[in-house]
Design a protein around this ligand. Structure first.
Ligand code: GLU
Length: 603
C-alpha cells in the first residue's frame, strides 16, 4: 500500500530537524523560568516532555512532575488530579475514563479501562419504572445514574505498572491547587451557571460550587479544601481508601440517599451502589484497538468504549479515498458518510464485552470497511438511520438488520495528553459524564459523583434487535471516549490526541486525525478547524465556522442536511518531532482555549 502520510511526516520531520539546528540542546535549560499557569497557549514546542490539557494549572502540574524527573504516566496522573480541581464538572475521582499508554522501550501500546460499572444488583430495567423509561433529566441528577468510580483505580493501575513516583507525591500539586485555590474563568462560571438550578437541589453541591449562594465571579479565587483533604488522604492511604472504609461508606450513603434539599421538590432517586460494588471494582487491562491507516498504526480504546472500533472503522472506510487530494467538499462529504456508517455499526454491535459478544476484530477489518465504503456515493447522501452491516459476514455494499437511531450521550469530559523525555506517551480521557455529573457532591469530600450509567440505553434503541448497551450487573456502559495514539512504521509515536464531547468525541478525533494526517494541517490547526459531526442522524451538526461557510451550500447541493452546534469537543494532543522534541497542542478558542506546555520551550 502507498504510504503518503508516512512519507509526508518523514519530510516534516526532516524540516523540523533542520529548523531545530541552533536551538537549545535537550540537556540545556537549567536557567529557564519555572512554568506558570499564566502561560495559557494552545501550542508549545520544546524538549524534556510535553503536556496538553484544557487548563493551564493542570498542564503546569504535569510539567512540574516531568521537570522533577517523573515520566509521562506520572505527569498524566498529576494533570488528571489537577483537572479534578479546576474542571470538577468534567472530571474527578467520582468518575471514570480510559488511559492509553505508549511504552517507548518496548514500542508497544497498552490501555486501562477505568470505566464506571453498574451496581451488581442492576439489570436491564435499571432505568425502567412501570414499564416506562425514567425521564432522562430525572435519571441524570439522581443516585440511580451513579456508577462505581474508576478514576482512582485507573491512577493506581497506571502508576503500579508504568509510573515512577508515588501517588502521594503526584497528588501534591492538585492538593495545593484545591487548598490555595485557582482563578475562576468564564468557562467555569458558565458551566456553574448552566448547572445552577440542579446544584441548588443538593445543599452540599450548592455550598461548594455556589459560594455565598452565588455564581463564582470570574477572576475570583475558588478553593476546595474538602477535596484537598480527600487527595491528601488518598495520597497517604492509597486509592483503596476510596473503595473501602469511611470514604467508601460516604459514597454509598450519598448514592443510596442523595442529600437533597426537601424544599427543592426534586425527586432524587436513590441508587443501589453498595460497599460490595466499590470493593469489587477493578480496572481492566486489555489490548488496544489497532487500525492500519496509510502506513501508520492507529491505536485506540477497545470496548467498553466504542471509540477505537468506530474511529478505526471510519478510517478504514476513508482509506480508499486519497483525502490529501480531495477538495474540501469531497473530504467533508466522505468524512460525514464514513462517520454515519460506522455509527450504524457501533450502535448495533458495541457494548461491554464482558456481557456482549462484540465483534471488535471484525469491525476493524479492512474487508468489512470496504464492504461498507461501497455504500458511499460522490453525488448523493445516505439516508439515516443507516442499517448496520454484519462484520462477521461482510457483504459488498450490504446492510444487515434494521436501522436504529443513535442514542444521546453527554457532552462534557476532558482529555489530556502527556509525553516525556524518554519518549513515553499518554493519551487519557476522563469524565463524570454530563457537565456537572449527577450534580451530587459527596458531603465533606469535595467531589461530584458521576452520572455515567445514563450512557446505557434506558430501553432498547431498536426493539427489533438485541441492544448491546442495556444495563446489567457490574456492566460498563458503552462509551465514546477515544484516546488515540498513532505510531509510524518503526513503532515510534507520531501523534496522540483525544477529546471530550460524548458521542461527538468519535467524529472530533476522526476529523482531527484526518486533518492532521491527510490534509496536511499543523496539529494546532487540525484541532482548531471548524467541526462537523454525523452520528447516523438525519442531519449533521456543524460548528459556526462551517455553518457560515460556502461549503455548507455545496454540501447541501449533494443532499446533506445540517443543524448548528455552537461548539463541539475540546481536543488536546502531542506530536513527536525529531531529536527528543515535542509539540503540544490544544484548542485555540473552544472552552476558552486549552493549555499546551513543554518542559523546555524552544523559540
Ligand atoms: N459519557 C461519555 C462517554 O463515555 C462522555 C461524556 C462526554 O464526553 O461528555 O462517551
Amino acid at each position: 500500500m502507498a504510504r503518503p502520510v508516512a512519507r509526508r511526516l518523514a519530510v516534516l520531520a526532516v524540516s523540523a530537524a533542520v529548523l531545530s539546528v541552533g536551538a537549545a540542546p535537550p540537556s540545556a535549560g537549567k536557567t529557564e523560568a519555572p512554568v506558570t499557569a499564566d502561560e495559557k497557549v494552545p501550542v508549545a514546542v520544546g524538549y524534556g516532555g510535553a503536556v496538553a490539557s484544557v487548563d493551564a494549572d493542570a498542564s503546569a502540574a504535569g510539567i512540574e512532575v516531568l521537570r522533577k524527573g517523573g515520566n509521562a504516566v506520572d505527569a498524566a496522573v498529576a494533570t488528571a488530579a489537577a483537572l479534578g480541581v479546576t474542571e470538577p464538572y468534567s472530571a474527578g475521582i467520582g468518575g471514570g475514563g480510559y488511559f492509553v499508554y505508549y511504552d517507548a522501550k518496548s514500542r508497544t501500546v497498552h490501555t486501562i479501562d477505568g470505566r464506571e460499572t453498574a451496581p451488581l444488583t442492576a439489570d436491564e430495567n435499571l432505568f425502567v419504572e412501570n414499564g416506562q423509561a425514567v425521564p432522562f433529566a430525572e435519571a441524570v441528577s439522581s443516585g440511580l445514574s451513579v456508577g462505581t468510580p474508576g478514576t482512582p483505580a485507573t491512577w493506581d493501575a497506571a502508576l503500579d505498572k508504568w509510573g515512577s513516583e508515588r501517588l502521594g507525591t503526584l497528588l501534591k500539586p492538585a492538593e495545593r491547587l484545591a487548598r490555595d485555590g485557582f482563578t475562576v474563568d468564564a468557562t467555569f462560571r458558565s458551566q456553574t451557571a448552566s448547572n445552577e438550578t440542579r446544584f441548588r437541589y443538593f445543599p452540599d453541591t450548592a455550598e461548594l460550587f455556589l459560594p455565598g449562594g452565588r455564581l463564582p465571579v470570574v477572576g475570583s479565587t475558588f478553593k476546595n479544601p474538602d477535596l484537598a483533604r480527600t487527595y491528601e488522604e488518598l495520597g497517604r492511604k492509597g486509592v483503596g481508601a476510596l473503595y473501602r472504609g469511611r470514604l467508601a461508606r460516604d459514597i454509598v450513603d450519598t448514592v443510596q440517599e442523595p442529600p437533597v434539599d426537601p424544599a427543592s421538590g426534586w425527586k432524587a432517586r436513590s441508587g443501589d451502589l453498595s460497599l460490595k460494588d466499590l470493593s469489587a471494582y477493578r480496572t481492566k487491562r486489555q489490548a488496544p484497538t489497532k487500525t492500519s491507516y496509510r502506513g501508520l498504526d492507529v491505536y485506540g480504546m477497545a470496548p467498553s468504549s466504542s471509540g477505537g472500533t468506530t474511529v478505526g472503522e471510519a478510517l478504514n472506510i476513508l482509506e480508499g479515498t486519497d483525502l490529501s487530494k480531495a477538495s474540501d467538499v469531497q473530504y467533508l462529504h466522505r468524512f460525514i458518510e464514513a462517520s454515519r456508517i460506522s455509527f450504524a455499526d457501533r450502535g448495533r454491535w458495541v457494548g461491554d464485552p464482558a456481557f456482549e459478544d462484540v465483534p471488535t476484530k471484525e469491525l476493524l477489518s479492512q474487508k468489512y470497511a470496504d464492504s461498507r465504503a461501497c455504500l458511499i456515493k460522490d453525488d448523493a447522501v445516505l439516508t439515516s438511520p443507516v442499517a448496520p452491516g454484519d462484520p462477521r459476514d461482510p457483504a459488498a455494499c450490504g446492510t444487515g438488520g434494521t436501522a436504529a437511531p443513535t442514542t444521546y450521550e453527554g457532552d462534557s469530559t476532558t482529555h489530556l495528553t502527556a509525553a516525556d523525555k524518554w519518549g513515553n506517551v499518554v493519551s487519557y480521557t476522563l469524565t463524570i459524564e454530563q457537565t456537572g455529573g449527577s450534580g451530587i457532591t459527596v458531603p465533606g469530600r469535595g467531589f461530584i459523583l458521576n452520572n455515567e450509567l445514563t450512557d446505557f440505553s434506558f430501553t432498547p434503541a431498536n426493539p427489533a434487535v438485541h441492544d448491546p448497551n442495556l444495563p446489567g450487573p457490574g456492566k460498563r456502559p458503552r462509551s465514546s471516549m477515544s484516546p488515540t495514539i498513532v505510531l509510524d512504521e518503526h513503532g515510534r509515536p507520531v501523534v496522540a490526541l483525544g477529546s471530550p464531547g460524548g458521542a461527538t468525541i468519535i467524529t472530533t478525533v476522526l476529523q482531527t486525525l484526518t486533518g492532521f494526517l491527510d490534509r496536511g494541517l499543523p496539529l494546532v490547526d487540525a484541532i482548531a478547524a471548524p467541526r462537523a459531526s454525523q452520528r447516523n442522524q438525519t442531519t449533521t451538526e456543524l460548528e459556526p465556522g462551517l455553518w457560515n461557510s460556502p461549503l455548507k451550500a455545496r454540501l447541501e447541493a449533494i443532499g446533506h442536511g445540517f443543524r448548528q452546534n455552537p461548539e463541539i469537543g475540546a481536543t488536546t494532543g502531542v506530536q513527536r518531532l525529531p531529536n527528543g522534541k515535542w509539540l503540544a497542542a490544544a484548542e485555540t478558542v473552544r472552552r476558552g482555549g486549552g493549555s499546551a506546555m513543554v518542559v523546555r520551550p524552544v523559540p
